[in-house]
Design a protein around this ligand. Structure first.
Ligand code: SAM
Ligand code: SF4
Length: 486
């Protein structure tokens, strides 16, 4: 968005805007070599078991060892990886899952991504750009369902529109209803210049996310034939510019199904390492969308399909390799698979989603003519919450870290074991209690109170003082106090 008008193609002194240090990381021969070395390691079962065991120290994995785990083909070894991933997830994140809703401001786009309904050439899609009033209506509809965290998305246009987007985010933050307000807005829009990011940062957004889609350059070029997104390097350096613009909370991702999933996972790990080493702060989240059918898009089959077995494996490998980074799964996945994955690594999911602008307010049903791609999991949020609580998983709407300024490296510090129980779990409990009070029916309230009791007892075992403090706060929420957090 606005690339041509806000930033020159090269940095001052005629240095290229994208460094060779960055582009060199994703050279095909380099990643193929790592994958081949991983495959050699993976030939011996004992070595694979040893690598899995090593990850229990929560220090992560280097890319070659991760490549070895990506070779695993037998169920027994996958089960061991999933079991370890689950242990790591529960040590670091506890049994909680953060819920959010995507909100599309528009579906107008100058790009031609072959897999997306919003692509410029698609005449079947009804184009729409929400007015500020319509944004307010959408946000009200989401607040009324109990949401506190939004992810704002748009198409990409060569001109204008940063002003529109900034105004839209302000509108969303300013919208209040009797049921409350949105407390954190994450943003997933096309790459900006460093100056654009500085403006975005001033609004107080949560995480900025952008997916490279595929790190494999020839595939990228084939699938993004025109528009600003056709520039692989511009997109690759997006986080360098975001950080330059002051954003210290960011998420990366790849669209699985476009190219070999092993290549993408190793690339994500290399990208995360590069950003951590260079700027002292790694990605807060890694997203793992898998390609879905999109009406009117030329690509109707994934060029490199990822089976459920491979998908579970790649989520487990990411959990073992970057234990402190959140993993985001979206509505793109089917219910049964989502339920398995959140136990083994995923820490955030979207719930009750619509992928069309205006989709929450106007239609309770799918509107294929405006949506970006079709969804597999269309359960309403209350149903997802019910299922989580039934398994004693805490649904969380927590926004405390961002509001307390615990972002970037401060957040990573907090994510270290031991501290999580002190903040994240109590905060998840408090936001869940609010949800139960304000939105749940009798059955869900009862189930939710049992789930809260279970977690309170767990805290009591480790830290009775903290448990007392949390109990007091839960009682206050029961007496209509809102927005309490640690
Ligand atoms: N337009 C911006 C962009 O592409 O970066 C912002 C967000 S776009 C609306 C969000 C993401 O949707 C893309 O990055 C892409 O990974 C994903 N997406 C597009 N088509 C998809 C499909 N058919 N199935 C699953 N995900 C898809
Ligand atoms: Fe536009 Fe993003 Fe869809 Fe590509 S993925 S066509 S950039 S909305």
């Amino acid at each position: 968005m606005n690339k041509k008008t806000t930033e020159p193609e090269s940095a001052p002194g005629n240095q290229p805007a994208v460094s060779e240090e960055l582009t060199g990381l994703f050279r095909e021969d380099r990643i193929e070599y790592m994958l081949a070395r991983g495959a050699e390691l993976a030939r011996e079962k004992e070595k694979v078991e040893k690598i899995i065991k090593e990850t229990e120290d929560l220090k992560g994995l280097d890319p070659v060892k991760a490549a070895a785990l990506l070779q695993v083909e037998d169920q027994e070894m996958l089960d061991l990886m999933l079991k370890t991933a689950r242990k790591i997830k529960e040590t670091i994140y506890g049994k909680r899952l953060v819920l959010f809703a995507p909100l599309y401001f528009d579906n107008i786009c100058d790009n031609s991504c072959l897999y997306c309904s919003f692509r410029r050439e698609n005449e079947k899609v009804e184009r729409r750009k929400l007015s500020q009033n319509e944004i307010r209506d959408e946000v009200e509809a989401l607040i009324e369902k109990g949401h506190k965290r939004l992810l704002v998305l748009t198409g990409e246009r060569e001109e204008e529109d940063l002003t529109y987007l900034l105004e839209g985010i302000r509108t969303a933050y300013d919208t209040e209803t009797e049921e409350g307000e949105i407390r954190r807005i994450n943003v997933e829009i096309a790459p900006l210049s460093a100056e654009g990011f500085a403006e975005l940062n001033e609004l107080g957004i949560g995480t900025y996310t952008c997916f490279q889609e595929t790190y494999h350059r020839p595939t990228y070029e084939k699938l993004h034939p025109s528009g600003p997104k056709s520039d692989y390097d511009w997109r690759l350096a997006v986080m360098d510019r975001a950080i330059e613009g002051g954003i210290d909370d960011y998420g990366i991702g790849a669209l699985f199904g476009l190219y070999d999933y092993r290549f993408e996972v190793i690339s994500l790990l290399l990208h995360a390492d590069y950003l951590q080493d260079k700027y002292g702060v790694g990605p807060h989240t890694i997203s793992v969308p898998r390609l879905n059918m999109a009406a009117g898009a030329p690509l109707q089959e994934p060029p490199a399909p990822v089976s459920d077995f491979q998908f579970k494996k790649l989520v487990a490998v990411l959990r073992l390799a970057v234990p402190y980074t959140g993993i985001i799964l979206s509505t793109r996945e089917e219910e049964s698979l989502r339920d398995q994955l959140f136990r083994h690594g995923v820490s955030q999911i979207s719930a009750g989603s619509r992928t069309s602008p205006g989709g929450y307010e106007e239609a309770r049903q799918r509107d294929e003519k405006k949506e970006q791609f079709s969804l597999h999991d269309t359960r309403p949020m209350a149903e997802i919450i019910y299922e989580l609580a039934e398994k004693n998983y805490l649904p969380s709407f927590c926004t405390a870290c961002y509001r307390r300024g615990r972002t970037g490296e401060d957040f990573m510090e907090l994510a270290r074991p031991g501290k999580i129980q002190k903040y994240c779990k109590p905060n998840a409990m408090m936001t869940f209690k609010e949800y139960l009070e304000d939105f749940a029916d009798d059955e869900l309230q009862k189930l939710g109170e049992n789930c809260l009791e279970h977690h309170l007892n767990e805290i009591k075992g480790d830290d009775p003082d903290l448990a007392g403090n949390v109990k007091q706060r839960l009682n206050k929420i029961g007496r209509k106090k809102r927005d309490l957090y640690l």
